[in-house]
Design a protein around this ligand. Structure first.
Ligand code: G6P
Ligand code: MG
Length: 218
């Protein structure tokens, strides 16, 4: 029996995945790395420093920068990102998500957050959704990022549930992989081609509700 939901944040609860992309795109332009939609997809769910390394690797530039320079580039990306985050309001909650969270809590499901973002408390505050996620995995304490299952296992643990009692919700291929390896039921939000390994796929958050999930689980 499903008793809990472990949520990704960026691209699931709110539209910040486009903000992360915009902020990295500016850095990629600055260092002269070619930017495209495929690279943007590959960065979803990936930690800040790993994202930078992936961008640089794209053009075999990963050895062109010192560690200090890399930290500076990552800081610059985060400054770009924070400018966008600081303009966020509850209007940035993706359609249907708040109703889904209310329905889940009303029905007694337990909720936790499994986001790789160190900015997630700030983002939740802007959205006015902090009260749903008193249980959040701190990404700074992880040994490995997505697609490793650690973050989703910890999300279940915070709820005192076995992973088999949880559904994980993700928009990133790396995230769906992490949910599957953790032994939770995976819901992928977005392009079914990108999220082919998800147990359940919804093209967008308007389809994310208990009725559709029950139907999909048969
Ligand atoms: C999420 C996003 C990634 C981002 C990561 C770290 O997983 O999908 O695009 O790189 O969080 O975010 P942060 O806010 O800590 O840089
Ligand atoms: Mg995401």
């Amino acid at each position: 029996d499903i008793k809990g939901f472990v949520f990704d944040l960026d691209g699931v609860i709110t539209d910040t995945s486009t903000f992360h992309s915009q902020a990295w795109h500016q850095v990629a332009d600055k260092v002269g790395v070619n930017w495209d939609a495929e690279l943007a997809d590959a960065l979803k769910g990936i930690s800040r420093m790993d994202s930078l390394n992936l961008i640089l690797k794209r053009d075999n530039r990963e050895n062109d920068f010192s560690d200090d320079e890399k930290v500076q580039l990552a800081t610059e990306k985060n400054d770009n990102y924070l400018k966008l985050v600081n303009q966020m309001t509850p209007a940035n909650i993706l359609p249907g998500v708040e109703d889904f969270l209310i329905d889940l809590s009303d029905k007694g499901y337990l909720l936790s957050l499994a986001s790789a973002s160190k900015n997630s408390p700030l983002v939740l505050k802007h959205l006015g959704l902090g009260h749903f996620f008193s249980k959040s995995v701190d990404p700074a304490t992880l040994k490995k990022g997505k697609p490793d299952p650690e973050i989703f296992r910890r999300g279940a643990e915070l709820l005192d549930l076995d992973p088999s009692q949880c559904i994980g919700v993700e928009d990133a291929a790396a995230g769906v992989q992490a949910i599957n390896s953790a032994g939770e039921v995976s819901i992928g939000i977005g392009d079914p081609k990108v999220l082919a390994s998800a147990d359940i796929n919804f093209v967008d958050t308007t389809k994310l509700n208990l009725g559709n999930i029950a139907k999909a689980m048969g």
